[in-house]
Design a protein around this ligand. Structure first.
Ligand code: ADP
Ligand code: MG
Ligand code: MG
Length: 904
């Protein structure tokens, strides 16, 4: 049987990792600090397993545990020269909780255990009566709360009553004199005896056993349970318990308790950072009854520098600084330290890796590596990849750079909410809402906004108002929503009736006014307040230089490539600026939003006559060719994967009378006939209806036009001397034969284009793997293609049978409240289910086609834990949204470093 307890000064033998599971984090920190010879009060840990016997409501304290605790105490007594329960030189201990996962402040601890009326005088010998009584009233308070479940406000009321009786209701606890404390402790005692006569008063030995029992049981308090639910910490883990000799921060003028961070946890700055409370025990620092002073003079509130530990006790401050530096070097990370000063001597009571902001984590990782305290791999592993998405933002080039290219703002308003937004201008909030829901980039333009506009504002890329200030509704709500907003651009005239926006020139300028209509594209810069005509390119703006360094290290380390999902030439250029090594998914649907294109697509679908259809198909081909040329140019030879039309036809069909009339006119048929044909395309479940390859095979003219456009664009760009690497992607395949037919068609059509243009380019053909059947028959599919691209959004939808759009009604409850799922599978790959299908598809696909390329293009391709899975399974690249590119670059590097370090 493994030992129930482990003394901090136990001769080293076992690894600390192994000890952590049995004795918890707090104990391991204390054991390690003791091994390093640092000033840690003597103590021992009791194992998680020992506590299991104590969890039942009336469980007796096991004899074996009593013996083990007795042995632990003897070592502490030997180290301190005190004796537990001794009337003349009593040893007092803290009884502390501590699991192997960090749960700060969630579990209970009791201090000053071993103090009762029989040992009080002995303690008074050490530091005076007032001190002893202060320690005693603290014990009664904590013991009452943790062990006897007496509500805390009972003590607060008795305390307040005492102060009022003394005529000083505002006095601090630390100002109560011996006499007042005498009265107070007597009142506390009476209350506890009354509340639990069977448990109080009790001997020091019984106090200790009850405290230990309660600390273990605090594992199941509602606060801790909720925290575990949120953090995904398993309930079975259990807590361990620490028993440790007390040191007293309430001992006199050169005493106190504090918390220190080895670096600033919000900025990452290299400075000792923290708080200190003189004449206090540890629990006071966090309780907030008194305002602690800062450790360093520099970080003190101006005017309060003298209260800082640095000024009030420079020696103790220097010692804390020295200990903190040693801990950081030893633990190879920023530490969050609890310490107590007793009569000028500093003791360490806890150390752990500090929680920090995303920004600080990047700074800290890079500086620790630069200072030689950790390796680069360790630095990469230190940063939570998912947390850094917002540290790289988009911004416009500076006004000067733009001016040099002859680009001038059409108006300048107030920089109301930062960011850059490009979109088509829409004045009507309802129209904005609808267009945004269709996936269009919308810029909501209003004179000013009202609370009813919130849905439109949420869906819009950005908001532009002509009236209102920095505290206007539009400005305030935009900031709350994290939306880019320019407010009060007063030279703009918004005319709702005519649907126009007129930019008056600045006074003194001789330029003519410019007028824009609904659907025109503008770019607004919420960081400068400038408004530009057209879609301007953005550049990547890192908020801190250390991020650039970290990403450079990550790029060197990773083997998995990182591509972006981007649909327009402008998005592709932005992706390149964010470090994308290609486009993993270019959705052609977005190219059909412009009115004339939508009209052409509708005619292709609704035409009955083949010749008629050919005419419209020709238009689509020539319109798309231009887009693809720009996209290939922007990616400068990096691979670009273009997905053939995937969306349900249903979604492109005309609905309102005006668009039906337009189609009728274009096709030269009566309105009734147009309505009938459009109606016949209606679907009950478009998501699993006539879409993807099913459209490709039943109306081949559409894919044919797209394939011709891609290949001829590639030839054109390549002829102009630029490298191109086009890849065509077939969506929603479930059957090997679907893949064979479309892949063959791609190759045949390409040959046809090459012959026409008299030049060739290399290209690839791949299929999406996004249906469970595709995973099963991956072997049959792989023969016909160069690569697979896992569409993890649809694969998750179809594997779970949950539509992503509707999942919001119950997935949050499943994850947070009910704990049915560990995480949202639409964000983090469901490794056990969907991951199993992916594994099967990879194995079967590669067995049939050894050189098969593998990519991922769903949302999970930009999520750190999912990327770890993809990297482990030999995926060549992940592709994600622009905003997740940095996450993917870092996560891929972390995966590489972990694979390199694991023993096989
Ligand atoms: P938590 O996990 O909630 O921080 P702790 O077990 O760390 O709880 O203890 C609560 C407070 O009591 C801390 O401020 C700690 O530093 C202090 N403390 C714990 N043990 C001792 C001790 N032996 N002597 C002095 N202070 C202590
Ligand atoms: Mg603590
Ligand atoms: Mg899909």
């Amino acid at each position: 049987m493994s030992a129930l307890i482990y003394s901090f000064d136990h001769p080293a033998g076992e690894s600390l990792d192994a000890l952590c599971l049995r004795f918890g984090n707090k104990a391991v920190g204390l054991i390690e600090m003791t091994r390093l010879g640092l000033p840690v009060p003597a103590g021992f840990a009791i194992s998680v397993d020992a506590g299991r016997a104590l969890m039942a409501p009336d469980a007796p304290f096991p004899e074996s545990l009593r013996v083990a605790v007795g042995e632990g105490l003897e070592r502490v007594e030997a180290a301190t020269g005190l004796r537990f329960g001794d009337p003349t030189a009593p040893l007092l201990v803290s009884v502390r909780s501590g699991a192997s996962a960090s749960m700060p402040g969630m579990l209970d601890s009791v201090l000053n255990v071993g103090l009762d009326r029989s040992t009080l005088d002995g303690l008074a010998q050490r530091g005076g009566r007032r001190f002893a009584l202060d320690a005693y009233r603290r014990l009664l308070q904590m013991f009452g709360d943790v062990v006897l479940s007496v509500p805390r406000d009972v003590f607060e009321k008795l305390l307040a009553g005492t102060k009022t009786r003394l005529g000083r209701p505002a006095m601090l606890d630390s100002e109560l004199d011996a006499e007042a404390l005498e009265a107070l402790t007597t009142a506390f005692e009476a209350h506890l005896t009354h509340a639990s006569p069977a448990l109080f008063p009790c001997s020091p030995q019984r106090q200790l056993e009850l405290a230990i029992t309660s600390v273990y049981r605090s594992w199941n308090n509602p606060r801790a349970q909720r925290y575990r639910g949120l953090q995904g910490i398993p309930d079975e883990l259990g807590t361990a318990c620490v028993v440790q000799a007390m040191v007293f921060g309430n001992h006199g003028p050169r005493s106190g308790a504090g918390v220190a961070f080895t670096r600033n946890p919000s900025t990452g700055e290299r400075q000792l950072y923290g708080e200190f409370l003189a004449q206090a025990q540890g629990e006071d620092v966090v309780a907030g009854a008194r305002t602690p002073s800062s450790l360093g003079a520099k970080s003190a509130i101006p005017g309060r520098e003298d209260r800082s530990l640095e000024r009030s006790d420079p020696e103790a401050f220097a010692r804390v600084e020295q200990l903190a530096a040693a801990l950081e070097v030893h633990f190879r990370d920023v530490q969050d330290i609890e310490f107590t000063v007793e009569d000028g001597r500093v003791y360490l009571l806890q150390t752990r890796s500090a929680k920090r902001t995303a920004e600080a984590s990047v700074r800290i990782a890079v500086s620790l590596a630069t200072e030689g305290k950790v390796s680069r791999d360790e630095a990469l592993a230190m940063v939570d990849a998912n947390a850094i998405a917002n540290l790289l933002r988009t911004r416009l080039p500076s006004a000067e750079e733009l001016l040099a290219r002859d680009i001038k703002p059409i108006a300048t308003g107030l920089a109301a909410s930062p960011g850059v937004a490009v979109g088509r201008i829409v004045f009507d909030p309802e129209a904005a809402e609808r267009m945004a829901a269709e996936g269009q980039d919308v810029l909501l333009v209003r004179r000013d906004t009202t609370p009813e506009d919130i849905v439109a504002m949420k869906g819009a890329r950005g908001i532009l108002t002509a009236a209102g200030g920095l505290t206007s509704h539009a400005a305030v709500l935009s900031r709350a929503l994290g939306k880019c907003c320019v407010a009060g651009a007063s030279t703009l005239q918004v005319d709702y009736a005519s649907g126009t926006l007129t930019a008056r020139p600045r006074r003194g300028s001789d330029e003519p006014p410019r007028t824009f209509t609904v659907g025109d594209t503008l770019t607004v810069d919420g960081s400068t307040g400038r408004v530009y005509a057209g879609a301007l390119d953005v550049v990547a703006a890192s908020t801190l230089p250390e991020l650039d360094t970290l990403l450079a290290w990550a790029d060197e380390r990773r083997t998995v490539r990182v591509r972006a999902n981007a649909d327009t030439p402008r998005d592709v250029r932005a992706a390149a600026a964010f470090g994308a090594e290609g486009i993993g998914l270019c959705r052609t649907e977005h190219m059909f939003f412009a009115d004339e294109r939508l009209a052409a697509l509708r005619c292709v679908v609704l035409a009955i006559d083949e010749q008629e259809r050919e005419r419209w198909v020709g238009r689509i081909e020539s319109m798309q060719r231009g887009d693809f040329e720009q996209i290939f140019e922007a990616m400068a030879g990096h691979p670009v994967t273009i997905r053939l039309l995937d969306w349900p036809l249903h979604e492109f069909m005309p609905r309102d009378d005006a668009s039906l009339a337009a189609v009728a006119k274009d096709l030269n048929v009566p309105l009734r006939e147009a309505r009938r044909r459009a109606g016949s395309r209606n679907e009950v479940n478009p998501m699993i209806g006539h879409r993807g390859v099913r459209v490709g095979l039943t109306i081949p003219a559409i894919y044919r036009a797209q394939i011709r456009a891609v290949i001829s664009a590639a030839v054109t760009v390549s002829r102009a001397g630029r490298a191109v690497a086009p890849e065509l992607l077939i969506p929603l395949t479930a059957v090997g034969e679907e893949v064979r037919r479309v892949a063959d068609a791609v190759r045949a059509i390409a040959e046809e284009v090459f012959a026409e243009l008299g030049a060739r380019v290399a290209f690839k053909v791949g299929t999406m793997i996004e249906l469970p059947r595709a995973c099963l028959v991956a072997g049959q599919m792989a023969r016909h293609v160069d690569f697979f691209s896992f569409g993890t959004n649809d694969l998750t939808q179809t594997t779970f049978g949950i539509s992503r759009d509707d999942s919001t009604h119950f997935i949050p409850a499943y994850v947070d409240e009910l704990g049915v799922l560990p995480q949202n599978p639409f964000r983090t790959l469901d490794v056990v289910g969907v991951g199993e299908l992916i594994t099967m598809a990879i194995d079967r696909g590669r067995a049939a086609h050894p050189g098969l390329g593998l990519g991922v293009c769903g949302a999970q391709g930009g999520e750190a834990r999912s990327i770890q899975f993809f990297a482990d399974h030999g995926v060549d690249y992940v592709s994600c949204d622009l905003s997740r590119l940095v996450v993917a670059r870092l996560a891929a590097a972390q995966a590489a470093a972990r694979i390199a370090r694991s023993p096989h």
